[in-house]
Ligand binder design. Structure first.
Ligand code: GLV
Ligand code: MN
Ligand code: MN
Ligand code: MN
Length: 399
C-alpha cells in the first residue's frame, strides 16, 4: 500500500466533520482504530509485532543477516483535542512507507529496523506528555503513572487493563527493550514557521513543562452575594493567566493556559473551584523556572487578596534536549546539507534521547500552524520526507 493509500485510510479516523480537527485520545475508540490499522499494516508486511509493557507498540523488520541493535523510527497516533492530521501519524505512516521503499529496491539492512508507536504522546488524556516513552525510559515512576486519572476519573491502570493488557502494566523502565534500540530517528511535521525547504533535521528541543493550578473558593449565588462577600477563584486565576504571559515575555519564552475546568460551571453561580493548566517553555531551564515561579507568586498574592486557596503541582517537565551531535551531523550529511533547526515542541525522541542516541527529521508545514486543524504538509514534501527517512535508515543500518 502506498503512502497515499495509507494516509487516506487514516484520514477519516477521529476527525470532527465540522471543524476538521482530530480527537484521538489514548485508548479511546479513534486511537484504538489507528493502533489496529498500524498492527494490520505491520503484519501485512510480515513485521514482528510487539506490545511492550508500557502501552507502546513496536514492529520489527529483522531479515536474515541483520544483527545488533536496531535503528528505530516511528512516532505516535494520539492527538491533542481538535488537533491536526499530521502531528504523530506522519511519522508512523512515513516509517512504513520508507521500509516499503527499501524493500522495493531490494535493500537488505545489516541491522534490524523497528517502527515504534508511542502511547499518550500528547498527554491529552492523562495529563503527562510523552507518557509511553517516559515509562519505557524510566523518566516517570510507573506507580505514579498507574494512578494518573482522565477527565472521567478513570486511572491509567484501569484503562490499560480494560483493553486486555497485562494488569501489571505499566511496568516502567525496560532495559531489555532499550538495549535493542541502537538509535531512534523520529520523522515529524514541523510545527512552527521555521523550516525553509521540504525536509530539515532537529538540533534541539527547548525546555518545557506543565503545571496544574487549582484555585478553591466558595460557590455562591451570582445575584445575592455582594462583591466583598465573595471568595471567587476566577479572580486569582485571571491574575495568573496575565502574569504568565508577562513573565514569559520577560524571559524570552512562551506560556499558555489552554485547559480550564470551572466547577460547577453555572452562568449564575460563583465558581467553587477553577483548575487550570499552565504550559510554559523557554530558551533555558532557568527561564522556564522563573516564568513558572513568577506566575505562581502572582497567583498566590491574588489568592490571598480574594480569600482563595491555591495549590500548584508540576505534572511533567522536559529539560532542554540537544540531539546527539554525531547522529545529527551524519543524517544532515546523508541528506545533502538540509536545514538544521531547534523546535519548541516536545517529542518522544526528546525523551528517548536520555537513553539512546536520538534524532529527528522535520517535514515542512506551509501553514506554520499545529495542534489545530490548519496544520498541513504538501504531499510532495511528505514523499520527500519518506525518501529522506529511507536514505537515513539505509545509511544507519549499513546494508
Ligand atoms: C507536543 O506536541 C507538545 O509540544 O506539547
Ligand atoms: Mn503534538
Ligand atoms: Mn507529535
Ligand atoms: Mn484582583
Amino acid at each position: 500500500m502506498s503512502f497515499e493509500e495509507m494516509w487516506a485510510a487514516l484520514l477519516p479516523v477521529g476527525r470532527d466533520g465540522g471543524s476538521g480537527g482530530y480527537h484521538r485520545f489514548a485508548w479511546t475508540p479513534p486511537e484504538l482504530e489507528c493502533r489496529d490499522w498500524f498492527l494490520g499494516e505491520a503484519r501485512r508486511r510480515g513485521l514482528d509485532v510487539e506490545h511492550d509493557g508500557n502501552g507502546n507498540l513496536f514492529a520489527w523488520w529483522n531479515p536474515a543477516g541483520a544483527q545488533g541493535p536496531a535503528v528505530v523510527t516511528g512516532s505516535h497516533l494520539d492527538s491533542v483535542p481538535g488537533g491536526g492530521a499530521f502531528d504523530g501519524p506522519l511519522g508512523v505512516v512515513s516509517a512504513l512507507a520508507a521500509i516499503d521503499l527499501l524493500r522495493d529496491e531490494g535493500f537488505r539492512p545489516g541491522r534490524p529496523v523497528g517502527v515504534a508507536v508511542f502511547a499518550e504522546e500528547e498527554g491529552a488524556r492523562f495529563g503527562v506528555a510523552c507518557l509511553g516513552s517516559r515509562l519505557l525510559t524510566g523518566a516517570i515512576d510507573p506507580e505514579r503513572a498507574r494512578g494518573l486519572r482522565d477527565a472521567d476519573g478513570l486511572s491509567f491502570a484501569e484503562v490499560v487493563a480494560a483493553h486486555g493488557l497485562d494488569e501489571r502494566q505499566p511496568v516502567g523502565p525496560d532495559e531489555g527493550l532499550l538495549a535493542r534500540i541502537g538509535c531512534f530517528v523520529e520523522l515529524h511535521v514541523e510545527q512552527g514557521r521555521a523550516l525553509d525547504g521540504p525536509v530539515g533535521v532537529a538540533s534541539a528541543i527547548i525546555p518545557h513543562g506543565r503545571w496544574r493550578m487549582r484555585f478553591t473558593g466558595e460557590g455562591d449565588h451570582a445575584g445575592t452575594t455582594g462583591l466583598s462577600d465573595r471568595r471567587d477563584p476566577m479572580l486569582p486565576f485571571a491574575h495568573a493567566v496575565l502574569a504568565a504571559r508577562d513573565s514569559a515575555a520577560r524571559h524570552d519564552g512562551v506560556a499558555t493556559v489552554g485547559k480550564v475546568g470551572v466547577v460547577p460551571g453555572g452562568v449564575n453561580a460563583i465558581p467553587s473551584s477553577v483548575t487550570a493548566w499552565l504550559d510554559a517553555r523557554g530558551p533555558t531551564d532557568d527561564a522556564v523556572r522563573r516564568t513558572v515561579g513568577e506566575t505562581v507568586e502572582a497567583a498566590r498574592r491574588a489568592a490571598v487578596e480574594h480569600g482563595v486557596d491555591v495549590e500548584v503541582t508540576e505534572e511533567s517537565y522536559s529539560a532542554v534536549v540537544a540531539f546527539d551531535h554525531s547522529l545529527r551531523d551524519r543524517i544532515a550529511t546523508t541528506l545533502g546539507g538540509v536545514p538544521v533547526l531547534p523546535t519548541g515542541a516536545g517529542h518522544d525522541a526528546g525523551i528517548l534521547s536520555a537513553r539512546v542516541p536520538a534524532a529527528m527529521l522535520f517535514v515542512r508545514n506551509p501553514t506554520g500552524v499545529s495542534h489545530a486543524p490548519a496544520e498541513h504538509a504538501e504531499i510532495g514534501d511528505c514523499l520527500a520526507g519518506v525518501e529522506a527517512l529511507a536514505s537515513v535508515l539505509k545509511n544507519l543500518t549499513g546494508g
